[in-house]
Design a protein. Structure first.
Ligand SMILES: CC(C)(COP(=O)(O)OP(=O)(O)OC[C@H]1O[C@@H](n2cnc3c(N)ncnc32)[C@H](O)[C@@H]1OP(=O)(O)O)[C@@H](O)C(=O)NCCC(=O)NCCS
Length: 236
């Protein structure tokens, strides 16, 4: 068995073939959208195991930076973890993950993050499951009508970027979003996402939600004026 990074973008074709066989419920366009539009993509970031002359297991390391104690910290977002069913249970994904971890260390990634439903699998290779918090917000009073609520437009992008920066840069963990990342991020947004802004003279708040999402999750938000955010919440 050989474990390595992709040598060229062309090799992604084989990786996409593997996704089609493993992720039956997720359309291939989901993965293509993210990988082909990723402004930081490097072929080597897609780690693969090769056996019998084919790619049998793979993991993607998405190169990202986050704000951490006022600094920019490079980290790897782990995604697209997959092994062909007929090669499963033989330690392949564990081996590719260990290879990805070594690769991240060599390349100066300070930490790595992933979201999963199978925590034990990742804990075995050193990931830690942090405490998850859920917040329930009850809005009792809304000073409605103060703000104009409308759909996000491309011409809002600068204002939204600046708002994101003001809102997030002092926290630990938010992604650092350069203009090219923002453009890419909008390309791989969910089709039915609602991206709303609240405006009074300028954009005071925004929210991104997928209304049909089973968990009713809010993808993200940022605000200068808390009342603008509350008005947005009352809309979604
Ligand atoms: C998860 C997956 C990548 C594991 O690949 P693999 O090459 O079989 O993994 P390994 O052989 O290195 O490790 C096997 C371990 O995976 C874990 N595992 C696999 N599927 C699991 C599942 N659905 N739920 C919980 N654990 C699972 C088990 O803990 C198993 O451990 P065991 O050997 O003690 O039973 C593979 O099953 C797969 O492609 N699944 C579908 C896609 C997916 O769910 N990806 C992960 C999204 S976070």
């Amino acid at each position: 068995m050989e474990i390595r990074g992709l040598n060229s973008k062309e090799e992604l074709t084989d990786v996409f073939g593997l996704y089609e066989k493993v992720f039956k419920k997720t359309p291939l366009s989901y993965f293509k959208n993210r990988l082909l539009n990723d402004p930081y993509f490097a072929p080597q970031d897609v780690r693969v195991a090769i056996e019998d002359g084919q790619i049998v297991s793979t993991i993607t390391v998405y190169r990202r930076k986050m704000y951490w104690r006022g600094k920019a910290v490079t980290f790897g977002g782990i995604g697209n973890v997959a092994t062909l069913p007929e090669y499963g249970g033989r330690g392949l994904s564990t081996a590719v993950m260990n290879n990805a971890i070594a690769y991240m260390k060599q390349n100066g990634f300070l930490l790595s993050i992933l979201y999963t439903g199978i925590h034990r699998f990742y804990e075995r290779v050193g990931f830690i499951t942090p405490q998850a918090w859920r917040a329930r917000l009850t809005i009792t009073e809304i000073a409605s009508g103060q703000f104009k609520i409308r759909e996000f437009e491309q011409s809002d992008l600068n204002a939204v970027q600046e708002l994101y920066l003001r809102f997030n840069k002092k926290s630990n963990g938010p992604l650092i979003r350069e203009p090219e990342y923002w453009r890419a991020n909008l390309l791989f947004a969910e089709e039915n996402e609602r991206f709303l802004v609240a405006e009074k003279d300028k954009v005071q708040a925004y929210i991104r939600v997928v209304p049909e999402n089973a968990k009713g999750e809010v993808w993200e938000f940022a605000y200068d004026d808390e009342n603008a955010f509350l008005e947005l919440l009352s809309f979604v």
